[in-house]
Write a protein that binds this ligand. Structure first.
Ligand SMILES: NC(=O)c1ccc[n+]([C@@H]2O[C@H](COP(=O)([O-])OP(=O)(O)OC[C@H]3O[C@@H](n4cnc5c(N)ncnc54)[C@H](OP(=O)(O)O)[C@@H]3O)[C@@H](O)[C@H]2O)c1
Length: 288
């Protein structure tokens, strides 16, 4: 099976490569290999590779910077997705678009299902939702949209690695305690995506997060507890709760973005976020 992953240096792309099944001939394309902003180039590049499946893990993921660079965010998170969906349709190949819990406004009091109404706030969220809409409008018959949340991996930049670094430098940290979501190990997400790829029959919107919900503050405390246990954090750190208003990030973030993953867990079961954190701490998390 010929599979093309778009966005080769990101944390999800790295995990997709690391977990690829034996029967997959995988090509990962970075910005030097495909011009996602040019419809003709996207068509030409994909046609030459003749894929059975295309997985788009590339995205403009700098949530706060997107507020200053809306054109760049929309170009990659929406217009490039339109080009990819159209090219996949022309090639009749299965398309997987990765999206985000930020398509929800966070005002719910129970987990969002795949058909809960979206109401993105902020440029990153709106641009990702526009990308979703292009997929649904142009190629719903052979595409899956996989929304995920609070992604981390041993590879790339993410909350877990940032916390470990800061906890080895600072005596005290203030972490937002009024935003609730589900941390997700990118390796588990990659395995779910490979399962969809194997079957190529699942279409529509899927939610994939690790099981359970927490706040950034409680997540940081668990990173600290497990990191100290594993000898990854050498010093004593005080972790204090703060509010999103006090932290005052440029982009709005949903106060509650827990997603109902039941539909996805029927395809392959998930793991609690605490267990996956233990698993990643058993790998060489700081080596990458
Ligand atoms: N990270 C999270 O917490 C989170 C949460 C929910 C959903 N998601 C979604 O999950 C997916 C994967 O996220 P991630 O954390 O793996 O992202 P990431 O680590 O930030 O990787 C994004 C990738 O996109 C690539 N890219 C950017 N511009 C490109 C271009 N013009 N052409 C080709 N590639 C380009 C980047 O390449 P360079 O390295 O060369 O810039 C990078 O490899 C994204 O769709 C994201 O929206 C992420």
């Amino acid at each position: 099976m010929n599979v093309v992953v778009i966005g080769k240096s990101g944390q999800l792309a790295w995990e997709l490569n690391d977990t690829r099944p034996d029967n997959v001939n995988l090509t990962c394309l970075g910005r030097d290999n495909i011009n996602l902003f040019d419809e003709h180039s996207v068509n030409e590049t994909l046609t030459a590779l003749n894929p059975d499946v295309v997985i788009n893990s590339a995205a403009y993921t700098a949530v706060d910077k997107a507020e200053e660079e809306p054109d760049a965010a929309y170009a990659l998170n929406a217009e490039a997705v339109k080009h990819l969906a159209s090219a996949c349709k022309a090639l009749d190949c299965y398309f997987i678009q990765v999206s985000t819990d930020f398509v929800f406004n966070g005002k719910a009091d129970k987990p969002y299902t795949p058909d809960s109404p979206v109401a993105p706030e902020g440029i990153y969220a709106k641009s990702k939702q526009k990308g979703e809409q292009y997929v649904l409008d142009l190629y719903s018959e052979k595409s899956a949209i996989v929304r995920t949340s609070w992604l981390y991996s041993a590879h790339g930049n993410n909350f877990v690695k940032t916390m470990i670094t800061l906890m080895n430098k600072l005596d005290s940290l203030s972490i937002v305690a009024d935003q609730t979501g589900s941390p997700t190990w990118a390796k588990g997400l990659a395995r779910f995506i490979w399962k969809l790829t194997e079957e190529q029959s699942q279409t529509g919107i899927f939610h994939w997060s690790d099981k359970g919900a927490t706040t950034w503050y409680e997540f940081a405390r668990e990173i600290y507890r497990q990191g100290r246990d594993k000898g990854l954090i050498a010093k004593v750190v005080t972790i204090k709760p703060t509010t999103a208003a006090e932290y005052s990030a440029p982009a709005p973030r949903p106060a509650y973005s827990v997603m109902d993953c039941a539909k996805s867990y029927l395809i392959i079961d998930g793991t609690t976020w605490q267990r996956n954190l233990t698993k990643i701490f058993a790998t060489h998390i700081l080596d990458y």
